[in-house]
Design a protein around this ligand. Structure first.
Ligand code: RB5
Length: 152
């Protein structure tokens, strides 16, 4: 799978671990920064990852900040992005089965490295269930299109 990964300074440590993990598993990884511990702004990297996904340069995205919240809020502003903040494997599995999430958000200050990798592994290996959930994801797309219409 082609996967773009991004973090701010608070997610840098976990990002390095995740990049190595994904490479070991044979994925094609695009590390879109940040690349230093200097304080920075999470929306910059959420945007980079989401644009790569929207442009079909990658199949999935992983975003990490201190809590994962800022990344998740930002990513869900982008059309076609379904970002899920997951704190455990159950949330990761359900976000794929029911929501067809295409971006995983993680909080470096919330989950330990082992748990984060386990969440990631489940998220990567769980398919979308489709069926009734297809209808719901389509409804999200419809709302997205309505919300993007300029005022008439
Ligand atoms: C940075 O201190 C922190 O606010 C950021 O990483 C993230 O947790 C925001 O949601």
């Amino acid at each position: 799978m082609r996967i773009a990964v991004g973090s701010d300074h608070a997610g840098l440590r976990l990002k390095s671990v995740i990049v190595e993990f994904l490479k070991r598993k044979g994925h094609e990884v695009r590390d879109l920064g940040t690349h230093s511990e200097e304080s920075t702004h999470y929306p910059i990297f959420a945007k980079e990852v989401c644009l790569a996904l929207q442009n079909s340069e990658v199949d999935r995205g992983v975003l990490i900040c201190g809590t994962g919240i800022g990344m998740c809020i930002t990513a869900n502003k982008f059309e076609g992005i379904r970002a899920a903040l997951c704190l455990n494997e159950y949330m990761a599995r359900m976000s794929r089965l029911h929501n067809d999430s295409n971006v995983l958000c993680l909080g470096d200050r919330v989950v330990g490295q082992e748990l984060a990798l386990s969440i990631l592994d489940v998220w990567l290996n769980t398919p979308f269930e489709g069926g009734r959930h297809e209808v719901r994801v389509k409804l999200i797309r419809d709302i997205e299109k309505e919300a993007c219409q300029p005022d008439g």
